[in-house]
Design a protein around this ligand. Structure first.
Ligand code: DX5
Ligand code: ZN
Length: 214
């Protein structure tokens, strides 16, 4: 069954504590937290203090997506609050060392690629990844349109992981909704991130269940 990781980026943070129990009851698997520094992406979101507040209100694993420049500077701090910790291949850190460090601190490691990065560029790093995140929009904002070119990348990564005998999660992030989620699952995605689709739903629990049943 596909896993679901709702992104809280566009949520109303003051009402989030009412929604988190609904997520837990309806089968959400983890919570996606987008950290943006205004340098790697043209937007600023939130950091460790906000993640700590969220952590107090949920038992869901926290899936932290770092969209920050030179992420190796902050791995130790984020590893203390995250369960899954991901950073961008393009962000200017030593990729192999950063993945190893994430695991060393007891987190699941995730390597993330932007729409313009080819799947082949990260093949050598797959043995160090617990998850690969394929961006299906340019990182920075919620509510953008899904880029179908991401599906081919998912297929390539799934095929290469199999060839290398590695078991990893493949996550997709950006523009996931009722139309695009089935395409992603069919391509080999095992974790769907969804922001606007979940948070703008009239009935969040029903929407979660319908995604989970794909
Ligand atoms: C964008 C973020 C996403 C975003 C997804 O840079 O990484 O996680 O919240 O939002 P939707 O699902 O609305 O495209
Ligand atoms: Zn994200």
């Amino acid at each position: 069954m596909v896993k679901l990781s709702p992104s809280v980026l566009t949520a109303d943070f003051l009402t989030l504590s009412d929604i988190l129990p609904k997520f837990e009851k309806s089968g959400v698997d983890m919570l996606h937290l987008d950290v943006m520094d205004g340098i790697f992406v043209p937007n600023i979101s939130f950091g460790i203090p906000v993640i700590n507040s969220i952590k107090k209100h949920t038992s869901l694993p926290l899936d932290v997506h770092l969209m920050i420049d030179k992420p190796h500077r902050y791995i130790k701090e984020f590893a203390e609050v995250a369960d899954w910790l991901g950073f961008h291949y393009e962000a200017g850190s030593d990729v192999g060392e950063t993945l190893k460090e994430i695991r060393k601190y007891g987190c699941k490691s995730c390597l993330t690629i932007k729409p313009n990065t080819e799947a082949e560029e990260i093949f050598d790093f797959l043995p160090l990844c617990d998850m690969v995140l394929v961006m299906s929009v340019d990182p920075g904002f919620g509510g953008q349109k899904f880029m179908p070119s991401s599906l081919d990348k998912v297929r390539k990564i799934a095929k290469e992981a199999k060839r290398q005998g590695i078991s990893l999660e493949i996550e997709i992030d950006g523009g996931i909704n009722a139309e695009t989620a089935p395409l992603a699952v069919e391509a080999g995605v095992t974790v769907l991130v969804a922001g606007n689709y979940i948070f703008s739903a009239e009935n969040i629990e029903e929407t979660v269940k319908s995604v989970k049943s794909l």
